[in-house]
Write a protein that binds this ligand. Structure first.
Ligand SMILES: [Zn+2]
Length: 71
């Protein structure tokens, strides 16, 4: 039989990229696994949002700087 299951992935809150896009896995069975994977991949979590490696940097005062997205 076929059963639908709920899976999780992490999307960059800045640019909208899906971390699973170029990964071996595209989603995870538990949300913490998806977040764990994102952290291991160098993503940044702040205030409940997640940012991909292309989107964030820190200035000299350790303030989070987000890449400006062209609209
Ligand atoms: Zn991003």
């Amino acid at each position: 039989m076929i059963k639908e299951v709920k899976m999780y992935t992490v999307i960059c809150d800045n640019c909208g990229v899906d971390i699973g896009k170029d990964d071996e896995y595209s989603c995870w069975g538990e949300h913490w696994q998806a977040i764990d994977n994102a952290m291991n991949a160098g993503w940044h979590e702040q205030d409940g949002k997640h940012y991909c490696t292309d989107c964030f940097s820190f200035d000299d005062d350790d303030n989070l700087i987000l890449r400006k997205i062209k609209t």
